[in-house]
Design a protein around this ligand. Structure first.
Ligand code: ZN
Length: 695
C-alpha cells in the first residue's frame, strides 16, 4: 500500500497542496520515521567534509531536507489540531518524540555546527546577500542556544529536557481539551437560558442535536446543550440572566484542568506546569542564562528583561487609574440596575454588555446581520487587495479535511500566483479552540523552480445554523482580519531562503505586527462600506450604527489593557524569578502581579494558569508580553496610514515591501525603521486606546 504522505513529501513537480483525501493517520509515523532516517544519513555525509562547503553545497541541501520533513509533518500536526480524533492524536504523538529528538540532535550536531562555522568564515560568505547571511548567523546563534558548546554530559541532559518539555506541552493541551469537553449542561426548557440571543440558543439546540444522548429523540425533546467551548461560554457569561448559571459555568471554565471545580483533580495540569517551569529554568541555566526569561529574549526584539518589565509597568501605570474608573462605573451600574452589592467575576461580562448597550445602544446581535461570514471574507480580500495590490481566488476541486474548508490562490497584480491558503472558519467538535495561522509549506527556491508558500487559516466562528449564513460578531470579524494579517506575512514574502522567509525567524515580539495592524480596517468606515451589508436586505450599515460601534471601541479599553498586562507580567516574572529551591510559585506570582496591576481580583478558586496554554503549551513562555510590544508597533504602523490615507496605495506598497515581504531576513527594528522612517513610538497605541489624556 502506498503512503500518500510520503509521496507528497517526495513530490518534486505538480501541485504542492497536500492530498488531504488520501492522508491517513497510520501513514504519519512511517513517513516521518523514514524521512528522519534519510535526513540523518545525508547530514552526516555533509558534515564529514566541512572544508568543501559553501551556501550551495551546505545550506541549500539542508533546506531541501527540512522541507521534506515539514511536508510530511505539517499536515499531521494540522489534522491533529482540527480533527482531534483518537487516531490523529495517536499519530501526532507517535511523530512528536521522533521529531523532537531529531531537531535536538541536529541542534547539537557538532559536525553540522562546524560546517556553518566554516561557511561563515569563508571568503564566499561576504558575497552572499543579506538574507543568506542572516540564515547562517541565525543558525550559529541557534546552535549556541541548543547547547552545542556544552560538555557532553550537560548536552545529554539538555536533550532530555527538551524532549520532556515537548511531551509536557502536549500533555498540557490534552488535559485542557479533555477538561473542556467533559463538562456540559443540558436544559429541557430554554427559559433557563433566558437572556441569550437567538443565535446562541440555536447553537445550544444544535449542540444537543449533535450529541448521541439526544440526537435520536424527536426534535422538540432534544432540548438545549451548552459546553465550555468558547462560543457557549462567552454567550452565557455575556447574556445569561440567571446569575447562578453564570457562576456555575464560570467555576467550571476557570477551574479546567486543575485541583478545583467540578472535575477537581482530573486532568490537573498543576504538576505539568511545575515540571515545565523547573525544566525551562534548568535548560536556561545550562546555557549560561540567569533564567528562562533571559533565554527567551535571546531571539527577540526586546534586549533586557528589565526593558520588558519596565515597558509593562509603564503601560500598567498609565492604564490603571482609568481601569479603576471603568470598574467603579460598572459596579455603580450593576447596583443601580439590579441592586447588586457584590459584583463578582461571573457578573462583569454580563453587566459590561448591558452598560455597553445602554451607553452606545449597541449589541453584538445588532451588528451580526451586517457581517455574514461569506461577505466578511470577501470584504477582507477587498481590503487586502486595495492595500497590497493582490487578489484571492477560490480553487475548485481541492481536497480538504472538512466541507467547511475552502482553498484559495493568492495572485499578484501581474496575475502570477504567489501562494495558497486554506480557510477553516467554523467551530466544531474535536477542533482545537481559538484562531490561528499555521504554515503548511514555505516559500523557497527549489532546483526545479520556485516553491510557493501555503497557509492554514483556522478560526472557530459560530457555525451557520439552518438556512442562515454564519453571522459574525465584530470581534469575530476582527479575529478574521488578525489571522489574515499573519497569513499575508507568510504568503506575500519575496524571500527565497526558507529559513528567513515569511514568518520564519521573525522575532516573537514583532510577529504580531502584521496581524494587529490589519485589524484596524475593521474600524474604518470606508472599509466597512465595502462589505458590511445586511444579510437579508442588502442595506449598508447605517451611519448611526457605525458611529455607535466606533464610539464603543474603547469601552473598557483600560480594563482590557490591564488584563493583558496582568497575563504578560505574570508570565514574565514567573519565568524570570523562578528559584529551584522554592519550586514553581505560580499562584504566589499571580497574586503579587494582581496586587500590583489589577483592579478586580478573581475568586480564590480561579485556576486561570492551568488553562493558559499560550505559555505552557504554545511558544509564548516568557513571551506573552509580545502581544503588547507588537501592539505598539502595529498602532504606530497604522498611524502612517492615518497620516497618509487608510487606503493609500503608496503607504500600502511601502508596508508590503519593507515588512510583509521581508520575513525574518533582517532585524525587526531595522525593517520597522525602513517603513516608518524612525523607531516606533508608544503614543499611537495610547491614543488609539483613548488613554493618552489619562496618562
Ligand atoms: Zn496573532
Amino acid at each position: 500500500m502506498t503512503n500518500a504522505l510520503l509521496d507528497y513529501a517526495n513530490r518534486q513537480t505538480g501541485s504542492d497542496l497536500p492530498p488531504f483525501d488520501h492522508i491517513q493517520p497510520g501513514q504519519a509515523e512511517p513517513a516521518v520515521r523514514q524521512i528522519l532516517d534519510e535526513n540523518r544519513k545525508t547530514i552526516d555525509a555533509l558534515a564529514a567534509e566541512p572544508a568543501l562547503l559553501n551556501w550551495e553545497t551546505l545550506v541549500r541541501p539542508l533546506e531541501e531536507l527540512d522541507d521534506r520533513l515539514h511536508r510530511a509533518f505539517s499536515p499531521v500536526s494540522h489534522l491533529n489540531s482540527v480533527t482531534n480524533t483518537a487516531e490523529w492524536r495517536a499519530a501526532y504523538n507517535a511523530c512528536l518524540p521522533l521529531i523532537s529528538a531529531y531537531s535536538s540532535d541536529m541542534g547539537q550536531h557538532a559536525g553540522l555546527h562546524a560546517c556553518y562555522a566554516t561557511v561563515s568564515k569563508s571568503d564566499s560568505f561576504q558575497s552572499l546577500d543579506a538574507a543568506q547571511r542572516k540564515v547562517i548567523e541565525n543558525a550559529l546563534r541557534d546552535f549556541h542556544l541548543s547547547g552545542i558548546d556544552l560538555p557532553a554530559v550537560q548536552q545529554d541532559r539538555y536533550k532530555q529536557i527538551k524532549q520532556r518539555l515537548s511531551e509536557l506541552s502536549t500533555k498540557f493541551e490534552e488535559n485542557l481539551l479533555d477538561a473542556t469537553d467533559a463538562w456540559t449542561l443540558h436544559f429541557d426548557h430554554s427559559e433557563a437560558l433566558s437572556g441569550l440571543p437567538d443565535s446562541a440558543l440555536a447553537m445550544a439546540k444544535q449542540k444537543a442535536a449533535n450529541k448521541d444522548e439526544y440526537k435520536d429523540l424527536p426534535e422538540d425533546q432534544r432540548g438545549w446543550l451548552i459546553g465550555l467551548d468558547f462560543p457557549s461560554y462567552h454567550a452565557v457569561m455575556t447574556y445569561a440572566q440567571d446569575r447562578g448559571l453564570r457562576e456555575q459555568m464560570y467555576r467550571a471554565f476557570c477551574t479546567r484542568a486543575s485541583d478545583q471545580g467540578p472535575y477537581a483533580g482530573q486532568w490537573d495540569n498543576s504538576d505539568v506546569m511545575a515540571e515545565i517551569l523547573a525544566l525551562r529554568h534548568e535548560a536556561a541555566q545550562l546555557l549560561g542564562f540567569d533564567n528562562y526569561a533571559q533565554r527567551s529574549l535571546a531571539t527577540k526584539m526586546a534586549r533586557e528583561t528589565d526593558e520588558v518589565v519596565s515597558f509593562l509597568r509603564d503601560l500598567a501605570q498609565r492604564s490603571r487609574p482609568r481601569a479603576q474608573q471603568e470598574l467603579d462605573e460598572l459596579r455603580a451600574f450593576a447596583k443601580e440596575l439590579d441592586g447588586l452589592d457584590d459584583l463578582q467575576a461571573w457578573d462583569t461580562s454580563y453587566y459590561a454588555e448591558k452598560l455597553r448597550q445602554q451607553r452606545y445602544a449597541i449589541s453584538n446581535e445588532e451588528l451580526r446581520p451586517y457581517f455574514p461570514a461569506p461577505q466578511a471574507i470577501q470584504g477582507l480580500f477587498e481590503v487586502a487587495s486595495r492595500l497590497f495590490n493582490v487578489s484571492f481566488e477560490p480553487m475548485e476541486g481541492i481536497a480538504t479535511w472538512h466541507d467547511d474548508v475552502t482553498a484559495y490562490a493568492v495572485l499578484a497584480a501581474s496575475g502570477e500566483t504567489v501562494g495558497y491558503f486554506y480557510l477553516d472558519p467554523y467551530a466544531r467538535d474535536a477542533k482545537r479552540g481559538g484562531a490561528w495561522m499555521d504554515d503548511c509549506l514555505g516559500r523557497r527556491l527549489r532546483t526545479d523552480g520556485q516553491q510557493l508558500p501555503i497557509a492554514f487559516l483556522t478560526c472557530n466562528f459560530t457555525p451557520p445554523v439552518g438556512n442562515k449564513p454564519a453571522l459574525l460578531t465584530h470581534d469575530e470579524l476582527t479575529t478574521l482580519f488578525h489571522e489574515f494579517g499573519h497569513g499575508l506575512h507568510h504568503l506575500l514574502t519575496r524571500i527565497d531562503c526558507a529559513d528567513v522567509a515569511g514568518i520564519n525567524a521573525v522575532a516573537w515580539d514583532a510577529v504580531e505586527l502584521p496581524s494587529q495592524f490589519l485589524e484596524n480596517w475593521c474600524w474604518e468606515k470606508v472599509a466597512l462600506d465595502e462589505f458590511a451589508r445586511h444579510f437579508e436586505t442588502g442595506e449598508p450599515m447605517p451611519d448611526d450604527l457605525f458611529q455607535r460601534l466606533h464610539n464603543s471601541k474603547n469601552f473598557h479599553a483600560a480594563l482590557m489593557m490591564i488584563r493583558q498586562i496582568e497575563f504578560s507580567l505574570f508570565d514574565f516574572l514567573l519565568h524570570r524569578d523562578y528559584d529551584p529551591d522554592q519550586g514553581a510559585k505560580v499562584y504566589e506570582t499571580l497574586n503579587a502581579v494582581r496586587a500590583e496591576v489589577s483592579v478586580l481580583t478573581p475568586p480564590a478558586f480561579n485556576r486561570f494558569p492551568n488553562g493558559f496554554s499560550h505559555i505552557f503549551a504554545g511558544g509564548y513562555g516568557a513571551g506573552y508580553y509580545s502581544y503588547k510590544w507588537a501592539e505598539v508597533l502595529s498602532a504606530d504602523a497604522f498611524a502612517a496610514f492615518e497620516e497618509e490615507g487608510v487606503f493609500n496605495a503608496d503607504t500600502g506598497a511601502r508596508f508590503k515591501d519593507h515588512i510583509l515581504s521581508q520575513g525574518g531576513s533582517a532585524e525587526a527594528m531595522d525593517l520597522f525603521v525602513r517603513f516608518r522612517g524612525r523607531e516606533p513610538s508608544i503614543e499611537p497605541l495610547l491614543r488609539h486606546s483613548g488613554l493618552l489624556d489619562a496618562a
